[in-house]
Design a protein around this ligand. Structure first.
Ligand SMILES: [Zn+2]
Length: 132
């Protein structure tokens, strides 16, 4: 992981004691740390079935898209990527399973006023206009 502040390589500060012979034991409290003082949560995980790095998974996911997300929200090893018309949720639940969900604006008529005001359901509104 490259430091966003200074561009140097960061190292993982493990919350659990590590054994050099074994593969790393990750936890929710692991952090990427840099000599410049910058730190951020580490989202690498592993269990009996394998492991990955949620930051990498997000980067791979965004790479294939034309649209930039409005927000990227994290909770542990799960991420929620928010677009004006869609939300993607994926990651590792912390106990064996990886999940991925994809939500779309299937019922535009029930969207809150604020979403309409910001134009997040413009397409849907156009479709819904009578006699247009
Ligand atoms: Zn740094």
């Amino acid at each position: 992981m490259i430091c966003r502040k200074c561009g140097k390589s960061m190292t993982i500060n493990f919350a659990w004691e590590q054994n050099d012979e074994e593969r790393p034991h990750y936890s929710h409290e692991d952090e990427w740390i840099c000599s410049c003082g910058f730190s951020m949560p580490c989202r690498r995980y592993s269990d009996w079935f394998g492991g990955d790095d949620l930051h990498k998974e997000v980067a791979n996911y965004l790479e294939g898209l034309d649209e930039q997300p409005l927000r990227i929200l994290y909770s542990g090893f799960m991420v929620c990527v928010i677009f004006p018309q869609e939300v993607a949720v994926f990651g590792y639940d912390g106990s064996e399973y990886c999940h991925s969900f994809y939500f779309t604006n299937e019922e535009p008529e029930i969207q809150p006023f604020l979403a309409q005001l910001l134009g997040f359901d413009t397409l849907a509104l156009k479709d819904g206009e009578p006699n247009s």
